[in-house]
Design a protein around this ligand. Structure first.
Ligand code: GRF
Length: 195
């Protein structure tokens, strides 16, 4: 493949709007000699992340579950291998990875979750925390294991809920922290690689 073996090679996997993906791609683009993100994998045709990836110059592979989960994950693993990907950043990827997929990248798959895990795992962290009337919530960056939002925690960040917060305002407080946790983690990976 040539290139600089010291450059971190990561892929993003996402299903939706893609604001985290865009934030990660921008941060990587600011460190071109340290990290490269040549590939975004999206499992939903038409998702916002596809256009965001393309305008950031990353290839976007849309790999849906039409032939079943095994065929889909095999196709994803092939795309990752074709791009020599070491790290996977999940950014709003709304499916659970199978144990064999997790095993293929064990310790190198990271997810951002919109609650202070172990509180409010699952699909709607902001909505669940908001409806539970918590006075404080937060976001969690964690390694992915075979469970649902159960892997070892890398970092958490907290925010206070204002009494007048709508769900959208509550979510916006968290999203800013999601972006920051991913940027900080990438900085950490870069420092670790340089050491
Ligand atoms: C984020 O809140 C993330 O924590 C959750 O899904 C949402 C994705 O948002 N897993 P976006 O697609 O990155 O804008």
């Amino acid at each position: 493949m040539g290139g600089n073996a010291n450059i971190l090679r990561a892929a993003i996997m996402a299903s939706g709007n893609g604001s985290n993906a865009e934030n990660i791609l921008r941060h990587a683009a600011a460190h071109p000699s340290k990290i490269e993100i040549p590939l975004v994998v999206c499992d939903k045709a038409g998702a916002g992340v596809i256009a965001r990836a393309e305008s950031a110059g990353a290839a976007c592979a849309v790999i849906e579950r039409t032939q079943g989960k095994k065929a889909q994950e095999d196709a994803i693993l092939s795309a990752l291998a074709a791009h020599n990907i070491e790290w996977i950043f999940l950014a709003g990827y709304m499916a659970i990875l199978s144990p064999s997929f997790v095993a293929a990248y064990r310790g190198r798959i990271v997810n951002i979750h919109p609650s202070l895990l172990p509180a409010f795992p699952g699909r709607d962290g902001y909505g669940d925390a908001y409806r539970a009337n918590v006075g404080e919530s937060g976001v969690t960056l964690h390694y992915v294991d075979e469970g649902v939002d159960t892997g070892p925690i890398i970092a958490q960040a907290r925010f206070e809920r204002a009494a007048k917060d709508t769900l959208d305002e509550f979510r916006a407080r968290g999203m800013r922290l999601e972006y920051k946790l991913y940027r900080d983690f990438i900085d950490h990976l870069i420092r670790e690689r340089a050491a």
